[in-house]
Design a protein around this ligand. Sequence first.
Ligand code: MTE
Ligand code: CO
Length: 424
Amino acid sequence: MTDKTNSKTPGLSRRSLLKAGFAAGAVAGTAGAARAAGDPLITEIQDWNRYLGDGVQARPYGTPSEYEANVVRRDVEWLTASTESSVNFTPLHELDGIITPNGLCFERHHGGIADINPADHRLMINGLVDSPLVFTMEDLKRFPRENRVYFLECAANSGMEWRGSQLNGCQYTHGMVHCVMYTGVPLKLILEEAGLKTNAKWVMPEGADASAMTRSIPMEKALDDCLVAFKMNGEALRPEQGYPLRLVVPGWEGNMWVKWLRRIEVGDEPWHQREETSKYTDLLENGKARRFTWVMDPKSVITSPSPQAPISHGKGPMVISGVAWSGNGRIKRVDVSLDGGRNWKTARLDGPSLSKAMHRFYLDIDWDGSDMLIQSRAMDEHGFFQPTKNELRAARGENSIYHNNGIQTWYVKADGMVENVEVS
Ligand code: MTE
Ligand code: CO
């Protein structure tokens, strides 16, 4: 390159321009302008601006920039005994908008990731139907299909927080949730193809993985909005999300969204499987347990600032950002408190507002640099809202693991660092 303006050492005219810019910045008096004017990243031509970059074949399947290498799913080693029956968490603090990128959707497996060639995959419908059927993947793709955006939340999300604030980061406290667009066939169409007997009241999806996950789902839900899905965010399901086929059970606890879906039995009563008796039930103070608590109630969390996303810029204008969702439908309102729940401001919902999907909220504030106890509280279109953690404990005791939708508090310190705390 011979063009003088591309030379690394600025010419005279460039240097005087730089001086002028610096002076203008100083007069303007804002930190941003002063920094821009004296910044070699502005005044010097950088290598990436000077040399050709990689060609089109360098990344046949795109991956994020190397500078985003810290944006990954993470697990907590001591949480589970093995990696096959375990969980990792969505890095909520690094994301924006309402869609979770496929490679960052948290994973929860009870028997590892099944490795299935779609050509060998079958879905069987049996039980109380006129004609038991077996579908190949190709057969399923001949049914009319739909695209729908839904959140999936594991019932155990925030489960560690029942006994007080434990894990320092919304990735760990709230990261068992993701929200993607599914492409799939309404379960209703497949059941109708087999023909339901008059006493068909329940369905039991079963997984083709080593855990053979099985759950009972009432027929009203099966015929309402469940999907048999093969795509997420436009591409094939990821192996860890149930490739090649999973059940989508909008708004209901993640455990029912059977992955590697191989069979759906139709019956006249629930099956009382392990995952709906000894697990995914809530033991109350009086020794009784809540069962079949399918719907995920309204919930929200501030994703930034949060323990993994401290404030690095000092006082002044800033954006408080978070996500909210409800298994009942749309989120209608999210309130944010800066003082531990004494006063509330209504946050700004931004982006699509879709039923049983994640919603993005923002509160734009001018931070005076003092300590804050920040909280968010979601309300859905049916008027259900998030309780405080103490209200939850008063109602359900402290034996629970599942269905903790209590209000989360982050303690923001004057230096911008953030901690998971509880206010009483
Ligand atoms: N389906 C099968 N076949 N096996 C499993 O272990 N885990 C369930 C559910 N479906 C599971 C399954 C649980 S507990 C949850 S929370 C969701 O899948 C997690 O879905 P994800 O891994 O796509 O996030
Ligand atoms: Co789960």
